[in-house]
Design a protein around this ligand. Sequence first.
Ligand code: SF4
Ligand code: SF4
Length: 119
Amino acid sequence: MPWIRQEDCVSCGECVERCPVDAIAIAEVSAAIDMASCIRCGLCHGICPTDAIRHDSERVQEWVEANVTRATDSMDLCERYLGSEAEKWKCLDRMINHFDREMKIAAMTVERLRELTKA
Ligand code: SF4
Ligand code: SF4
């Protein structure tokens, strides 16, 4: 999925013109993609003169860090609001279960999508 690195965008509008579903608009400081409208056609990749349109594989580490921060924040809040350190570790178990489930959903989705290529 594409994303736009704001600091590299010069708001030239090229991507806005090329997007077949009008998912890109020039916002205050740069172009921005409405991900709910984006159909993942990939047309916008490679047309940007400043290479501001990036692939999301570049953000994996950033998302991992965000997930870890979310988990540790929740652990702290569970301990504070539920009143004991034990709640912190229960919260950690729940977060691990949550991401484990997400991983299974992703793996099963990939499997199903690969099956489509054989159809
Ligand atoms: S083509 Fe690149 S520089 Fe031009 S508006 Fe789109 S993201 Fe910004
Ligand atoms: S991937 Fe396609 S639909 Fe999505 S923003 Fe780029 S050009 Fe538009």
